[in-house]
Design a protein around this ligand. Sequence first.
Ligand code: SAM
Length: 233
Amino acid sequence: MADPRLDPPRSMPTYAVRAPLVHWLGEQAEEARGVLGRYRVLDVGCGAKPYEPLFAPHATSYVGVDPVDNPRAELKGPVEALPVDDGTFDIVLCNQVLEHCDDPAKAVSELHRATAPGGRVLASTHGVMAYHPSPTDYWRWTHAGLEKLFRDNGAWASVRVTPASGTTACLGMLLSMYFDLMFRRVGLGVFARPLVAAVNTVAGAIDGRSARLREPGPGTLFANFHVVAEVAR
Ligand SMILES: C[S@@+](CC[C@H](N)C(=O)[O-])C[C@H]1O[C@@H](n2cnc3c(N)ncnc32)[C@H](O)[C@@H]1O
């Protein structure tokens, strides 16, 4: 069965995180091929490597690393001490990992060290999310805090942080997660799905009408952020 993270249904409570993430990574995989040619990928905190199919057609190698015993990972180690040589990967992925690591500053400097000249880190992490240990869960960011984390921990040529989805989508996600939990508690999980799909549809439509809900500014709330951090050639 296809991994639902590659085609998240609107009935997924974390649709506001998952749908933009797969869309963004697909675009980045294509765009990087145009700029870098065929590239070497390191997937940090790879888990089940759900996004490998997006990058594999453009990659000469795709290496996963995880700190826990993981049959999908070729290498074992934490993001704070990557078991790779300096500058050996053109694309370094770090999706939904930074919130789980002990030391985000050391993690970002390691992501920089592993990236080849001209290469880029593609990272994503949460603004707002329920506690979800994997195996730990320590951190959340604002767009400004996440940009500072990257700029302070590597001589990047550029750092770009963008919200994955809007403020209404974030509120809708929290409501959806609550609906899903409550319905499942009483054994009626299947009935939460249409409700969650409706919430996600309405939330996306509201955000679509207002740049103030989609772009960072006072009063906004974002479920997830996407980071592109480039290393100079
Ligand atoms: C939420 S999962 C994300 C997995 C995958 N990147 C994805 O997008 O589906 C978090 C992953 O981070 C890994 N992880 C936790 N702490 C880590 C650390 N200090 N360094 C690297 N990976 C870590 C976990 O083992 C797990 O594979």
